[in-house]
Design a binder for this molecule. Structure first.
Ligand SMILES: *Cc1c(COP(=O)(O)O)cnc(C)c1O
Length: 447
């Protein structure tokens, strides 16, 4: 074994011991080819464990269909195409079929989301949000967005794209019991601040927002509503959540890899021709050049699946989340929003303080092959980030694997066995590996 010397790299953000293990692997392999094998092996280990043996309850994840996954490895992913669709607006020749693929993608997105315009080129919703802030605001503008403890996302705060754009960010007041906007407080504050843009949508998201009422208010000074539908995108497309573009939002972004269950990417949807040029200018040539046409093909294929199965699939996701929330509450876990039926989305939020902090609990569940995430909840402070009181649980993946309300009882039992130490994490893990054997097929697709 080559002994890897401790290399001190200043300000390295990654965990030094994990990087050290990687260096040891690289130095101990007798050829680059063997190093490559190590990569393939790690991918395979993940595919077996996360793909076949876990209960993946992470709210931002969704399994794609086999067709969508295969397209991610397609030849077209090695081709370069920048610019807008069509023979004259491309810089590179040879894009005839790429135009066909991209045009199908754009038109399918417009059809699924009933929008006049759609963009498919950005790799992530994070970048989509930067496009929106670049297009619709100027540095120094006031905006209002949701703070993290009540569900907001960094992309709309100082440490994300909104901050990079140099905006003054004020909090949208949230009602921490009702888990939605405090409309009265918002009205008062917004009239003082007169934000150019109000960003709604959240990462911890259980109930709809009073979009119509809020858009009436910001109209008083020509402000606009931007809906960051990263999480709810699929639910919106499947008609299971509010419909932001018809309730007053002028633009919506979304992560195609969350409830929409396509390849991870950012999509942008809007109706107003007035903002068309500024939005598309922010996409190209500002934030995207070559844009992974393999991903675009996969996105188009996912949109076609969505037309056929979206409504039924998304309806079941919400039913499963409600059933899981109810089952967990009945078995003794404090669930947020229990007085409102737990949720209208793919998520439920547990207050786990009775069992430990969110980090400990998520780790312990992870040892038992139950994958969730720690989450800030309304009474937490931003400095509780590392050790928050909540746990976020999502039902997208288990739904696509064919589970229904009755299975949510079983899932809740698995969780409780870990939370209450009724069984060892090893025992629960073995039970879950066994349980998952009956749920390996991806539903709601043509495969
Ligand atoms: C996940 C998320 C994003 C970022 O989406 P990516 O596709 O991961 O870049 C943005 N906004 C909200 C509210 C999110 O939850």
């Amino acid at each position: 074994m080559v002994n890897v010397k401790e290399k001190i790299v200043q300000n390295e953000v990654h965990d030094p011991s994990v990087l050290r293990t990687a260096r040891e692997i690289i130095e101990n392999c007798s050829s680059p080819r063997l190093i490559q094998n190590e990569i393939l092996n790690a991918v395979e280990r993940n595919e077996l464990w996360r793909g076949k043996e876990c209960l993946n309850l992470l709210a931002p994840e969704a399994p794609t269909s086999p067709t969508v996954r295969n397209l991610l490895a397609s030849e077209v992913g090695t081709r370069a195409a920048e610019g807008h669709i069509g023979p004259t607006q491309r810089w590179f020749a040879g894009t005839t079929h790429i135009d066909e693929i991209e045009a199908l993608c754009v038109e399918l997105l417009k059809k699924v989301f009933k929008s006049n315009y759609a963009d498919h080129r950005l790799v992530a919703s994070m970048v989509g949000n930067l496009a929106v802030y670049s297009a619709l605001t100027k540095p120094g503008d006031n905006i209002m967005t949701i703070p993290q403890p009540t569900g907001g996302h960094s992309s709309n705060r100082y440490d994300g794209p909104a901050g990079i754009r140099g905006l003054n960010i004020f909090d949208v007041p949230m009602d921490s019991k009702e888990l939605t906007v405090d409309l009265e407080a918002f009205t008062k504050k917004a009239r003082e601040i007169k934000p150019r843009l109000v960003a709604l949508g959240a990462s911890m998201t259980l109930f709809p927002f009073p979009l119509k009422e809020m858009s009436k208010i910001v109209e008083e000074w020509g402000g606009k509503i931007f809906f960051d539908g990263a999480h709810q995108l699929g639910l919106i497309g499947g008609g299971q959540f509010q419909d932001p573009l018809r309730e007053g939002a002028c633009i919506m972004t979304g992560s195609a890899g969350k409830t929409f269950s396509g390849p991870q990417s950012g999509i942008i949807l809007w109706n107003d021709p007035e903002i068309n040029k500024s939005v598309t200018d922010a996409i190209f040539p500002a934030l995207a050049a070559t844009h992974q046409v393999n991903r675009v093909a996969a996105l188009a294929a996912a949109a076609a699946e969505f037309l056929a199965f979206g409504q039924e699939y998304m309806e079941q996701i919400v039913k499963n989340a409600q059933a899981l929330g109810k089952a967990l509450q009945e078995k003794g876990v404090t669930m947020l929003g229990s007085h409102k039926g737990f949720t209208k989305t793919h998520q439920v939020i547990a207050d786990v303080r009775a069992f430990g902090n969110g980090l400990e609990i998520a780790r312990k569940l992870g040892e038992a092959n139950i994958i969730t995430n720690k989450n800030l909840i309304p009474n937490d402070k931003p400095e509780d980030w590392d050790y928050p009181s909540g746990l976020r649980i999502g039902t997208t993946e288990v739904t696509r694997l064919g589970m229904k309300e009755s299975e949510m009882e079983i899932v809740a039992d698995f969780i409780l066995n870990v939370l209450e130490d009724k069984k060892s994490t090893k025992t629960v893990r073995n039970e879950i590996i066994d349980f998952r054997k009956s749920y390996q097929k991806i539903h709601y697709c043509f495969d």
